[in-house]
Design a binder for this molecule. Structure first.
Ligand code: 5GP
Ligand code: MN
Length: 476
């Protein structure tokens, strides 16, 4: 069996690209397929297409793999010298082969448009030398690895096709690594013209995005992947509803940044747990939305560092608006306030006015809320994996509650809940009422978010019925 890293390096070699370019494999339906040792064999009818989705067009220099081979050879040579006192012929031969190959490559540097070489001869570290992401790697080491990969990738040009796909709810987050997601988040800020409009320096945006990534925890659901999905859905909604022509750009910045920050430093245990267990967070925030208050405070803690402050060039009035808007949007994600916010939106809906400040503020909260709970609007395979993550986090919490003798919510209890039962009621009573209301304002959302959610309800209802029938048969 081939190691995952080896498999992806094999594909890199086939595509003749450096270690920091982003490669994706597509099936005949155009869906991204994970590059892994478990990849199904292709056939004439089901062939794969390998595509470089982000590359550095201006790059020049030596392929990083070759540098890596050279340094490994040097290391080997010095080891052998230590042990044997002389360089064996085989190493001399290998060295001359690498030299000759380098000379050949130098003579074809005019072919750099193929994306074969690195930028300015600045030899970036190859993925070959990357330590595998194994449990023995500390969180800090893992973060630094992602930072390095992000830095290496951040000047890449993401293809038009991927940029367009990024604007749709069909986007499959599971096919992208952390550093790649950071590149995509950078694309979202760039393509909404935030850098120009708010004088955000690229390195400040990159520092900010990286700090955001570092402040999400490695927990089953409320992790950086969730942060990415919610932000990507918000980004998609902005484009699908053409909000750029209806709202000031500052409001779009508030919504996208709120989505990005809305679950920062989530501990994996919900507000009810915080309050019942009288945690530090519940004490600090007097049982009032302790998590959401914390997420928001962490966000402004990151922005308080000058090197991460994407808001530093705003006027004081603009800053006041962004801060107020983000606090409102992030606090609105507390599901305990779901009905309050939805009812408010329903009441203003018949005469909705984009120029009315109060209307606009409710809409912004609704947009963040919809993005937050939009997994079921995604393709079934993407959504189902998210449900597994959510239930895992729920079960972790209820197990702890049982151990501590705290009250246990039925919807989190592994003895009471199943995937279908969890989804049918959530879709019926939470998702459909919320998504239908937003679709009244933006009818085009029907096909993009409402229809997939209806299909998910049908799917889980069928499963639920089948489960009940089986139960009856077993009892009879
Ligand atoms: P969040 O904690 O992510 O800010 O708020 C969303 C909450 O809504 C989650 O914690 C979870 O309780 C609930 N939720 C979101 N998506 C789903 C889903 O697909 N199924 C169920 N049953 N609950 C969900
Ligand atoms: Mn969330």
């Amino acid at each position: 069996m081939c190691q995952p890293q080896k498999t992806s390096n094999l594909f890199r070699a086939a595509a003749e690209v450096g270690s920091n370019h982003i490669l994706k494999l597509y099936d005949t339906n155009g869906s991204v397929v994970k590059i892994s040792p478990r990849l199904e064999a292709n056939s004439e009818d089901s062939y794969y297409r390998l595509e470089v989705v982000a590359s550095d067009l201006q790059s020049v220099g030596m392929p990083t793999e070759l540098d890596d081979i050279e340094s490994r050879l040097q290391h080997l040579e010095s080891k052998v010298m230590e042990d044997a006192g002389k360089t064996p012929d085989i190493i001399d031969e290998l060295k001359s082969q690498v030299e000759s190959f380098k000379r050949k490559l130098e003579s074809v540097q005019h072919l750099n448009w193929m994306g074969l070489f690195n930028k300015d001869g600045d030899h970036q570290r190859s993925k070959f030398s990357k330590k595998p992401t194994t449990p023995h790697l500390s969180v800090d080491q893992e973060h630094q690895q992602v930072r390095k990969n992000f830095t290496n990738m951040s000047s890449l040009q993401v293809t038009e096709k991927v940029r367009e796909h990024l604007k749709t709810p069909n986007f499959d987050n599971w096919q992208w690594e952390e550093a790649e997601m950071l590149v995509l988040l950078q694309v979202m800020f760039t393509d909404l013209d935030f850098l120009m409009a708010f004088h955000i320096e690229l390195d400040v945006l990159q520092n900010f995005l990286f700090e955001v990534y570092c402040h999400y925890n490695s927990i089953p659901f409320h992790n950086f992947h969730h942060c990415f999905c919610v932000t990507q859905m918000m980004y998609g909604l902005i484009w699908l509803t053409d909000l750029r022509s209806r709202l000031p750009r500052l409001d779009l910045l508030i919504m996208l940044t709120s989505a990005l920050c809305h679950d920062l430093d989530h501990p994996g245990y919900n507000n009810v747990f915080q309050i019942n267990a009288q945690t530090d967070l519940a004490i600090r925030y007097n049982d009032i939305s302790p998590l959401e208050n914390h997420h928001c405070a962490v966000a402004f803690g990151i922005l308080a560092k000058p090197e991460c402050n994407i808001l530093k060039n705003l006027s004081s009035e603009q800053y006041r608006l962004v801060r107020g808007g983000m606090i409102r949007c992030i606090l609105a994600t507390d599901m305990a306030r779901h009905n309050e916010i939805l009812n408010k939106f329903k009441s203003i809906q018949p005469a909705f006015d984009f120029n009315n400040k109060e209307h606009k503020e409710v809409l912004m909260k609704i947009m963040v809320k919809v993005s937050d709970i939009s997994n079921e609007a995604r393709p079934m395979a993407v959504a189902e994996q998210w449900l597994d993550c959510l239930l895992q986090e729920f079960f972790n919490q209820s197990d702890t509650e049982k151990l501590k003798g705290l009250p246990v919510a039925a919807f989190m209890d592994r003895d009471k809940v199943s995937k279908p039962s969890s989804q049918t009621s959530f879709i019926r009573f939470v998702l459909l009422p919320l998504f239908s209301e937003l679709t009244k304002l933006f009818p085009c959302l029907e096909e993009h978010i409402l229809e997939p959610v209806r299909q998910a309800l049908e799917y889980y209802s069928t499963l639920e019925r089948a489960g009940k029938d089986e139960e009856l048969t077993t009892k009879a």
